[in-house]
Design a protein around this ligand. Structure first.
Ligand code: G3H
Ligand code: 13P
Ligand code: ZN
Length: 335
Protein backbone atom coordinates (compact mmCIF):
# COMPACT_ATOMS: atom_id res chain seq x y z
CA UNK A 1 0.00 0.00 0.00
CA UNK A 2 1.32 3.43 -0.97
CA UNK A 3 1.99 5.93 1.80
CA UNK A 4 -0.73 8.57 2.15
CA UNK A 5 0.61 12.05 1.57
CA UNK A 6 -1.02 15.44 2.04
CA UNK A 7 -0.36 18.06 -0.65
CA UNK A 8 1.05 20.49 1.90
CA UNK A 9 3.98 18.08 2.37
CA UNK A 10 4.79 18.58 -1.31
CA UNK A 11 4.69 22.39 -1.10
CA UNK A 12 1.44 22.62 -3.10
CA UNK A 13 -1.65 24.75 -2.44
CA UNK A 14 -5.32 24.19 -3.23
CA UNK A 15 -7.18 26.47 -5.65
CA UNK A 16 -9.30 28.45 -3.16
CA UNK A 17 -7.10 31.54 -2.78
CA UNK A 18 -6.06 31.43 -6.44
CA UNK A 19 -9.67 31.62 -7.59
CA UNK A 20 -10.63 34.32 -5.13
CA UNK A 21 -7.79 36.53 -6.36
CA UNK A 22 -8.53 35.72 -10.01
CA UNK A 23 -12.19 36.64 -9.53
CA UNK A 24 -11.30 39.94 -7.82
CA UNK A 25 -8.54 40.75 -10.30
CA UNK A 26 -10.41 39.92 -13.53
CA UNK A 27 -7.99 37.29 -14.84
CA UNK A 28 -7.87 33.48 -15.10
CA UNK A 29 -5.46 30.92 -13.64
CA UNK A 30 -3.78 28.78 -16.32
CA UNK A 31 -4.34 25.03 -15.95
CA UNK A 32 -1.77 23.30 -18.13
CA UNK A 33 -1.87 19.53 -18.67
CA UNK A 34 1.34 17.52 -18.50
CA UNK A 35 2.51 13.90 -18.84
CA UNK A 36 6.29 14.10 -18.70
CA UNK A 37 9.31 15.97 -17.33
CA UNK A 38 9.88 18.34 -20.23
CA UNK A 39 6.26 19.48 -20.26
CA UNK A 40 6.28 19.98 -16.49
CA UNK A 41 9.53 21.95 -16.57
CA UNK A 42 8.35 24.06 -19.52
CA UNK A 43 5.15 24.98 -17.68
CA UNK A 44 6.94 25.79 -14.43
CA UNK A 45 9.69 27.87 -16.04
CA UNK A 46 7.12 29.78 -18.13
CA UNK A 47 5.04 30.51 -15.03
CA UNK A 48 8.02 31.47 -12.86
CA UNK A 49 9.32 33.82 -15.56
CA UNK A 50 5.92 35.52 -15.77
CA UNK A 51 5.27 35.38 -11.99
CA UNK A 52 2.02 33.52 -12.56
CA UNK A 53 0.17 31.14 -10.26
CA UNK A 54 -0.39 27.79 -11.98
CA UNK A 55 -2.53 24.66 -11.87
CA UNK A 56 -0.64 21.57 -13.03
CA UNK A 57 -3.20 19.10 -14.22
CA UNK A 58 -3.17 15.43 -15.17
CA UNK A 59 -5.93 13.28 -16.58
CA UNK A 60 -6.44 9.71 -15.36
CA UNK A 61 -4.57 8.39 -18.39
CA UNK A 62 -1.72 10.89 -17.93
CA UNK A 63 -1.40 9.71 -14.33
CA UNK A 64 -1.12 6.13 -15.55
CA UNK A 65 1.44 7.17 -18.15
CA UNK A 66 3.64 9.04 -15.68
CA UNK A 67 3.07 6.43 -12.95
CA UNK A 68 0.93 7.27 -9.95
CA UNK A 69 3.73 6.70 -7.41
CA UNK A 70 6.15 8.84 -9.41
CA UNK A 71 3.79 11.72 -10.15
CA UNK A 72 3.57 13.41 -6.70
CA UNK A 73 7.35 13.59 -6.62
CA UNK A 74 7.35 15.21 -10.05
CA UNK A 75 5.07 17.89 -8.60
CA UNK A 76 7.35 18.22 -5.57
CA UNK A 77 10.29 18.60 -7.95
CA UNK A 78 8.38 21.31 -9.78
CA UNK A 79 7.84 23.22 -6.52
CA UNK A 80 11.53 22.91 -5.63
CA UNK A 81 12.56 24.00 -9.10
CA UNK A 82 10.29 27.07 -8.97
CA UNK A 83 11.78 28.08 -5.64
CA UNK A 84 15.33 27.56 -6.88
CA UNK A 85 14.52 29.81 -9.85
CA UNK A 86 13.45 32.46 -7.36
CA UNK A 87 9.74 32.23 -8.11
CA UNK A 88 7.70 31.40 -5.06
CA UNK A 89 4.55 31.00 -7.15
CA UNK A 90 1.41 29.20 -5.93
CA UNK A 91 1.28 25.72 -7.52
CA UNK A 92 -1.70 23.34 -7.40
CA UNK A 93 -1.77 19.72 -8.59
CA UNK A 94 -5.18 18.88 -10.05
CA UNK A 95 -6.88 15.73 -11.33
CA UNK A 96 -8.45 16.56 -14.71
CA UNK A 97 -11.71 14.77 -15.65
CA UNK A 98 -11.80 12.33 -12.74
CA UNK A 99 -14.56 9.83 -13.46
CA UNK A 100 -15.00 8.02 -10.15
CA UNK A 101 -14.86 8.48 -6.40
CA UNK A 102 -12.06 5.89 -6.17
CA UNK A 103 -9.83 7.74 -8.64
CA UNK A 104 -10.42 11.09 -6.90
CA UNK A 105 -9.71 9.51 -3.49
CA UNK A 106 -6.54 7.86 -4.75
CA UNK A 107 -5.30 11.22 -6.10
CA UNK A 108 -6.17 13.06 -2.89
CA UNK A 109 -4.41 10.38 -0.81
CA UNK A 110 -1.27 10.65 -2.94
CA UNK A 111 -0.86 14.44 -2.72
CA UNK A 112 -3.21 16.17 -5.17
CA UNK A 113 -4.47 19.52 -3.90
CA UNK A 114 -7.49 19.69 -6.20
CA UNK A 115 -9.64 17.20 -8.10
CA UNK A 116 -12.31 17.30 -10.76
CA UNK A 117 -15.22 14.91 -10.69
CA UNK A 118 -16.58 14.96 -14.21
CA UNK A 119 -20.04 13.48 -13.93
CA UNK A 120 -21.31 15.51 -16.87
CA UNK A 121 -22.22 12.42 -18.90
CA UNK A 122 -24.57 11.30 -16.10
CA UNK A 123 -28.07 12.62 -15.44
CA UNK A 124 -28.21 15.63 -13.09
CA UNK A 125 -29.05 13.70 -9.89
CA UNK A 126 -26.36 11.05 -10.41
CA UNK A 127 -23.79 13.72 -11.28
CA UNK A 128 -24.67 15.68 -8.13
CA UNK A 129 -24.54 12.54 -5.95
CA UNK A 130 -21.11 11.47 -7.22
CA UNK A 131 -19.72 14.99 -7.00
CA UNK A 132 -20.99 15.45 -3.44
CA UNK A 133 -19.35 12.20 -2.36
CA UNK A 134 -15.99 13.48 -3.64
CA UNK A 135 -16.54 16.92 -2.08
CA UNK A 136 -17.12 15.38 1.35
CA UNK A 137 -13.89 13.36 1.21
CA UNK A 138 -11.89 16.23 -0.32
CA UNK A 139 -13.04 18.99 2.02
CA UNK A 140 -12.10 16.97 5.10
CA UNK A 141 -8.55 17.21 3.73
CA UNK A 142 -8.76 20.81 2.52
CA UNK A 143 -8.67 19.71 -1.12
CA UNK A 144 -10.75 21.73 -3.61
CA UNK A 145 -13.21 20.15 -6.06
CA UNK A 146 -14.32 21.09 -9.58
CA UNK A 147 -17.63 19.76 -10.90
CA UNK A 148 -19.10 19.94 -14.39
CA UNK A 149 -22.52 20.64 -15.86
CA UNK A 150 -23.06 20.39 -19.61
CA UNK A 151 -21.10 18.30 -22.11
CA UNK A 152 -18.20 19.41 -24.31
CA UNK A 153 -17.75 17.91 -27.75
CA UNK A 154 -14.39 16.54 -28.85
CA UNK A 155 -12.40 13.39 -28.59
CA UNK A 156 -9.51 12.70 -26.22
CA UNK A 157 -8.17 9.41 -24.85
CA UNK A 158 -10.60 9.29 -21.98
CA UNK A 159 -12.78 12.27 -22.66
CA UNK A 160 -15.03 11.74 -25.60
CA UNK A 161 -18.34 12.99 -26.85
CA UNK A 162 -19.67 13.37 -30.36
CA UNK A 163 -21.90 16.30 -29.52
CA UNK A 164 -21.94 19.14 -27.03
CA UNK A 165 -24.80 20.08 -24.73
CA UNK A 166 -24.54 23.62 -23.46
CA UNK A 167 -24.84 24.07 -19.72
CA UNK A 168 -28.40 24.88 -18.64
CA UNK A 169 -28.15 28.02 -16.47
CA UNK A 170 -31.29 27.03 -14.57
CA UNK A 171 -29.45 23.99 -13.13
CA UNK A 172 -26.31 25.64 -11.76
CA UNK A 173 -27.62 27.01 -8.42
CA UNK A 174 -29.09 23.68 -7.38
CA UNK A 175 -25.93 21.82 -8.44
CA UNK A 176 -23.57 24.12 -6.55
CA UNK A 177 -25.79 24.08 -3.47
CA UNK A 178 -26.34 20.32 -3.47
CA UNK A 179 -22.71 19.34 -4.04
CA UNK A 180 -20.68 22.03 -2.25
CA UNK A 181 -18.18 22.20 -5.15
CA UNK A 182 -15.56 24.96 -5.20
CA UNK A 183 -15.72 25.60 -8.96
CA UNK A 184 -17.87 24.63 -11.92
CA UNK A 185 -16.84 23.67 -15.46
CA UNK A 186 -19.40 24.72 -18.05
CA UNK A 187 -20.06 24.10 -21.72
CA UNK A 188 -20.45 27.26 -23.82
CA UNK A 189 -19.01 26.16 -27.16
CA UNK A 190 -15.44 25.11 -26.45
CA UNK A 191 -14.39 21.51 -27.10
CA UNK A 192 -11.47 19.20 -26.46
CA UNK A 193 -8.68 18.41 -28.90
CA UNK A 194 -7.28 20.04 -32.04
CA UNK A 195 -10.40 19.95 -34.25
CA UNK A 196 -12.87 22.14 -32.42
CA UNK A 197 -14.90 23.43 -35.35
CA UNK A 198 -15.52 22.51 -38.96
CA UNK A 199 -14.84 25.72 -40.87
CA UNK A 200 -13.91 26.42 -44.47
CA UNK A 201 -10.71 28.42 -45.15
CA UNK A 202 -11.30 32.11 -44.41
CA UNK A 203 -14.47 31.42 -42.42
CA UNK A 204 -14.77 32.64 -38.79
CA UNK A 205 -15.27 30.09 -36.01
CA UNK A 206 -18.61 30.38 -34.19
CA UNK A 207 -18.35 32.66 -31.11
CA UNK A 208 -18.59 31.22 -27.61
CA UNK A 209 -22.00 31.52 -25.94
CA UNK A 210 -21.25 34.46 -23.68
CA UNK A 211 -25.00 34.88 -23.18
CA UNK A 212 -25.08 31.53 -21.33
CA UNK A 213 -22.02 32.51 -19.29
CA UNK A 214 -23.65 35.80 -18.30
CA UNK A 215 -26.85 34.04 -17.26
CA UNK A 216 -24.81 31.64 -15.12
CA UNK A 217 -22.91 34.54 -13.52
CA UNK A 218 -26.22 36.15 -12.60
CA UNK A 219 -27.43 32.99 -10.90
CA UNK A 220 -24.24 32.21 -8.94
CA UNK A 221 -22.51 35.59 -8.57
CA UNK A 222 -18.82 35.43 -7.63
CA UNK A 223 -18.64 31.67 -8.13
CA UNK A 224 -15.51 30.41 -9.97
CA UNK A 225 -16.23 29.08 -13.47
CA UNK A 226 -13.89 26.79 -15.44
CA UNK A 227 -13.39 26.66 -19.20
CA UNK A 228 -12.26 23.35 -20.67
CA UNK A 229 -11.23 22.81 -24.28
CA UNK A 230 -9.71 26.28 -24.40
CA UNK A 231 -6.68 25.82 -26.65
CA UNK A 232 -6.32 28.30 -29.50
CA UNK A 233 -4.78 25.60 -31.72
CA UNK A 234 -2.07 28.11 -32.53
CA UNK A 235 -2.06 28.41 -36.37
CA UNK A 236 1.75 28.84 -36.49
CA UNK A 237 2.26 25.45 -34.83
CA UNK A 238 -0.28 23.77 -37.10
CA UNK A 239 1.45 25.28 -40.15
CA UNK A 240 4.85 24.10 -38.90
CA UNK A 241 3.56 20.58 -38.27
CA UNK A 242 2.08 20.45 -41.76
CA UNK A 243 5.25 21.90 -43.32
CA UNK A 244 7.41 19.20 -41.76
CA UNK A 245 5.53 16.06 -42.68
CA UNK A 246 2.52 16.27 -40.36
CA UNK A 247 -1.11 16.11 -41.32
CA UNK A 248 -3.35 18.44 -39.32
CA UNK A 249 -4.87 20.64 -42.03
CA UNK A 250 -8.27 21.14 -40.42
CA UNK A 251 -7.10 21.86 -36.88
CA UNK A 252 -8.78 24.99 -35.45
CA UNK A 253 -9.45 26.34 -31.95
CA UNK A 254 -10.72 29.22 -29.80
CA UNK A 255 -9.49 32.68 -30.87
CA UNK A 256 -7.39 34.47 -28.23
CA UNK A 257 -9.75 37.43 -28.20
CA UNK A 258 -12.60 35.27 -26.92
CA UNK A 259 -10.43 33.70 -24.24
CA UNK A 260 -9.37 37.18 -23.09
CA UNK A 261 -13.01 38.14 -22.75
CA UNK A 262 -13.75 34.96 -20.78
CA UNK A 263 -10.76 35.54 -18.47
CA UNK A 264 -12.19 38.93 -17.52
CA UNK A 265 -15.46 37.34 -16.40
CA UNK A 266 -16.21 34.77 -13.68
CA UNK A 267 -14.03 32.28 -15.59
CA UNK A 268 -11.19 31.72 -13.10
CA UNK A 269 -9.52 28.65 -14.64
CA UNK A 270 -8.69 28.07 -18.32
CA UNK A 271 -7.59 24.57 -19.40
CA UNK A 272 -4.87 24.20 -22.01
CA UNK A 273 -3.53 20.86 -23.19
CA UNK A 274 -3.61 20.67 -27.00
CA UNK A 275 -1.60 23.88 -27.58
CA UNK A 276 1.25 22.52 -25.45
CA UNK A 277 1.21 19.27 -27.43
CA UNK A 278 1.28 21.20 -30.72
CA UNK A 279 4.15 23.47 -29.62
CA UNK A 280 6.40 20.53 -28.77
CA UNK A 281 5.38 18.44 -31.79
CA UNK A 282 6.00 21.31 -34.21
CA UNK A 283 9.56 21.83 -32.97
CA UNK A 284 10.36 18.11 -32.86
CA UNK A 285 9.07 17.62 -36.42
CA UNK A 286 11.22 20.50 -37.67
CA UNK A 287 14.34 19.17 -35.95
CA UNK A 288 13.84 15.64 -37.24
CA UNK A 289 13.18 16.91 -40.72
CA UNK A 290 16.23 19.23 -40.79
CA UNK A 291 18.59 16.89 -38.89
CA UNK A 292 17.61 13.33 -39.80
CA UNK A 293 20.71 11.97 -38.06
CA UNK A 294 19.88 13.49 -34.67
CA UNK A 295 19.24 10.88 -31.98
CA UNK A 296 20.06 12.57 -28.66
CA UNK A 297 16.67 13.21 -26.98
CA UNK A 298 18.05 16.35 -25.34
CA UNK A 299 18.58 17.86 -28.79
CA UNK A 300 14.90 17.68 -29.67
CA UNK A 301 13.15 17.60 -26.30
CA UNK A 302 15.22 20.58 -25.10
CA UNK A 303 14.13 22.92 -27.92
CA UNK A 304 10.58 21.56 -27.62
CA UNK A 305 10.62 22.54 -23.93
CA UNK A 306 11.95 25.99 -24.88
CA UNK A 307 9.00 26.48 -27.25
CA UNK A 308 6.59 25.42 -24.53
CA UNK A 309 8.12 28.04 -22.22
CA UNK A 310 7.52 30.71 -24.88
CA UNK A 311 3.95 29.55 -25.37
CA UNK A 312 3.17 29.55 -21.63
CA UNK A 313 4.62 33.04 -21.21
CA UNK A 314 2.57 34.35 -24.12
CA UNK A 315 -0.66 32.84 -22.76
CA UNK A 316 -0.06 34.12 -19.22
CA UNK A 317 0.90 37.60 -20.37
CA UNK A 318 -1.49 38.31 -23.19
CA UNK A 319 -4.41 35.89 -23.00
CA UNK A 320 -5.19 34.89 -19.39
CA UNK A 321 -3.76 37.95 -17.64
CA UNK A 322 -2.21 35.79 -14.89
CA UNK A 323 1.30 37.25 -15.28
CA UNK A 324 2.53 39.23 -12.26
CA UNK A 325 -0.28 37.83 -10.12
CA UNK A 326 1.70 35.48 -7.94
CA UNK A 327 2.23 37.85 -5.02
CA UNK A 328 0.13 38.25 -1.91
CA UNK A 329 -3.50 39.41 -2.29
CA UNK A 330 -3.36 39.01 -6.08
CA UNK A 331 -1.92 42.49 -6.55
CA UNK A 332 0.34 43.01 -9.54
CA UNK A 333 3.97 42.29 -8.63
CA UNK A 334 5.98 45.46 -8.86
CA UNK A 335 9.51 44.13 -8.41
O1 G3H B 1 -9.35 17.19 -21.45
C1 G3H B 1 -8.56 16.26 -21.50
C2 G3H B 1 -7.10 16.47 -21.60
O2 G3H B 1 -6.75 17.06 -22.81
C3 G3H B 1 -6.35 15.22 -21.29
O3 G3H B 1 -6.32 14.32 -22.34
O4 G3H B 1 -6.83 11.97 -21.57
O5 G3H B 1 -5.30 12.45 -23.53
O6 G3H B 1 -4.56 12.91 -21.20
P1 G3H B 1 -5.73 12.82 -22.16
P1 13P C 1 -7.73 21.56 -25.11
O1 13P C 1 -7.81 20.24 -25.83
O2 13P C 1 -8.48 22.62 -25.84
O3 13P C 1 -6.33 21.96 -24.81
O4 13P C 1 -8.49 21.37 -23.71
C1 13P C 1 -7.83 20.82 -22.61
C2 13P C 1 -8.75 20.52 -21.47
O5 13P C 1 -9.88 20.95 -21.40
C3 13P C 1 -8.21 19.69 -20.39
O6 13P C 1 -9.18 19.39 -19.45
ZN1 ZN D 1 -11.15 19.16 -20.22
Amino acid sequence: MAKTMHYSELGLVNTKEMFKKAMDGGYAIPAYNFNNMEQLQGIIIGCVETKSPVILQVSGSARKYANQRFLPYMAMGAVQMAQALGGNIPIALHLDHGDSFDLAKSCIDSGFSSVMLDGSHHAFEENAKLTKQVVEYAHERDVTVEGELGVLAGVEDEVSSEVSHFTKPEEVEEFVEKTGVDSLAISIGTSHGAYKFKVKPGEEVPPLRFDILEEIEKRIPGFPIVLHGASTIVPEYVAMINAFGGKMEEAVGIPEEQLRRAAGSAVCKINIDSDGRLAMTAVIRKIFSENPSEFDPRKYLGPARDELIRMVKHKNETVLGSANRSSKFGMRNTE
